[in-house]
Design a binder for this molecule. Structure first.
Ligand SMILES: Nc1ncnc2c1ncn2[C@@H]1O[C@H](COP(=O)(O)OP(=O)(O)O)[C@@H](O)[C@H]1O
Ligand SMILES: Nc1ccn([C@H]2C[C@H](O)[C@@H](COP(=O)(O)OP(=O)(O)O)O2)c(=O)n1
Length: 449
């Protein structure tokens, strides 16, 4: 069983974020280190944690760099920032960075500082071998991707330590100018580990149109901002705008089957379709499948807005079909929200927003199903099933582990959903037994006219 339970905001944790001197830190950041460990750190302002750098931040004698993509409050600014971040991410996955490259690229979030309260997404690049090429390539990348006022690159270096351990860590902040190798040093600041805040810094912004969309309009506004750069957005918006607003459910039950891949959704939904004489729908629906790949390659914000809107298309189909027969739906809004939360919240399961957080609430304007069942299988059974489908065998152990943490976060997010909640069903037994359990729950909780 995965660890659960609310984590109340603690005043002690908030106080611990402040440096002992009382002066505000210049910037607070969190980086996701290998193994999904989160390293919280403060730049400037005296630093917390006795001035020590966060553990595992920079194995000596290496050097790190960071840069962030600034964003603004409007939907347009957020979409532009998300696309720039994605471009940077794609370039950082290639030589001389990325897998097999000299430098290691880690996700970074700068969540408090002089530029305002909206978190800025960025990257921490660790160069264990201190290669000059890494710095040059990063400077070129920042110049290429970011607009001039945002061309800031932080360079972290540990001062030599007498005791052989990591000495104090310093950050030099550089503003890069137009010409190659032309840059100005804006300042130096001490970097120290900071206490982990009670709530993951991305959590308060998830519903700000960042990843989880609480209404049709919120999702639509984000996709509209993409019209000039993603031609397919128009096709999706045209489809969505043709659907009735506030679709109402008919008298027949609507049953959603949720779960991670290979938990048996296809198997169960097809069997239910036959046994209940039901209509089977899936979200996203086949009418948008030709555009799915395009949106899957876009940053989270745009990708999730696409999936959120497709749920409203499915809602209008559910409304129509549920006047005539029971409706079974393979994935719906809970999938959209759970994957979005698990992607945006770095770290492990304990970093997820606490239970009852508004991010787990069903959108007020989306048709509500009568029953949502969440199929769960043990990690071992899941691997067996994936191997049966010929996937997974060749994957690296490390990727499997990262994947495992991600899966735990998705599953836990599903379990925290409210009104309607996802009712877990152990889908590890045989097909027949799983179906028997599912039928039993449907009979007990659904009304058939
Ligand atoms: N209860 C079960 N016991 C054993 N294997 C199952 C069971 N349910 C599904 N499978 C098999 O596991 C694999 C994944 O199932 P599938 O229904 O395609 O999952 P999903 O649609 O959730 O990805 C398939 O090969 C399927 O035949
Ligand atoms: N309603 C939905 C359905 C899928 N998604 C997203 C969530 C994941 O990133 C993928 C999973 O979909 P996929 O079709 O691969 O899953 P299955 O094959 O059904 O197991 O799509 C979503 O956000 N909202």
């Amino acid at each position: 069983m995965l660890p659960r339970g609310p984590r109340a905001f603690s005043q002690a944790a908030a106080t611990a974020l402040r440096p002992p001197s009382g002066s505000a830190p210049e910037r607070l950041c969190v980086a996701e280190l290998p193994g999904s460990e989160l390293a919280y750190f403060a730049e400037g302002g005296g630093g917390g944690d006795g001035g020590r750098p966060p553990r595992g931040f920079l194995p000596p004698p290496g050097r790190c760099f960071s840069f962030c993509v600034p964003s603004g409050p409007s939907a347009g600014e957020r979409v532009r920032a998300a696309r720039l971040h994605r471009r940077a991410e794609q370039r950082l996955s290639r030589e001389p960075f990325g897998p097999g490259g000299a430098a290691e690229v880690l996700p970074l979030l700068a969540y408090a500082g002089p530029s305002g309260s909206r978190p800025e997404k960025g990257f921490l690049v660790r160069d264990r071998r201190r290669l000059p090429e890494t710095e040059r390539a990063l400077e070129d990348l920042v110049r290429l991707i970011l607009p001039p006022p945002a061309r800031l690159l932080s360079v972290y270096e540990a001062a030599a330590a007498e005791d052989g351990g990591g000495g104090p860590l310093w950050r030099s902040l550089w503003r890069l100018q137009g010409a190659p190798e032309s840059k100005v040093l804006l300042g130096r600041a001490r970097v120290a580990g900071a206490a982990e805040p009670a709530l993951h810094p991305a959590a308060p912004h998830l519903l700000d149109g960042a990843a989880v969309f609480a209404s049709f309009e919120a999702a639509r506004a984000s996709l509209r901002e993409c019209l000039s750069v993603i031609p397919e957005a128009k096709a999706v918006l045209d489809l969505v705008d043709g659907c009735p607003v506030h679709a109402k459910k008919g008298d027949f039950p609507v049953i959603v089957i949720e779960g991670l891949d290979a938990t048996g959704k296809t198997t169960v939904t097809h069997a239910l379709k036959d046994s209940l004489n039901a209509v089977l729908l899936r979200s996203p629906p086949p009418c948008v499948s030709q555009w799915r790949k395009v949106f899957d390659d876009e940053p989270t914000l745009i990708r999730r807005a696409f999936y959120a809107l497709t749920n409203y298309i499915v809602a209008s189909e559910i409304a129509e079909q549920s006047t005539k027969s029971p409706v079974i739906v393979d994935r719906f809004w809970h999938s959209t929200a759970a994957y979005a939360i698990a992607t945006e919240i770095s770290g492990k399961i304990q970093h997820l927003p606490p239970v009852h957080h508004p991010v787990y609430r069903w959108p007020g304007d989306l048709l509500k199903p009568d029953l949502v069942l969440l199929l769960t299988v043990s990690p071992e059974e899941r691997i067996r099933r994936l191997q049966g489908r010929g996937i997974e065998k060749t994957r690296e152990e490390a990727e499997l582990e990262a994947n495992n943490i991600f899966r735990q976060k998705v599953e836990e997010s599903y379990l925290r959903m409210e009104n309607p909640a996802c009712q877990p069903v152990d889908a590890s037994p045989s097909r027949e037994e799983v179906l028997k359990t599912v039928h039993h729950l449907i009979k007990k909780q659904c009304h058939f006219p």
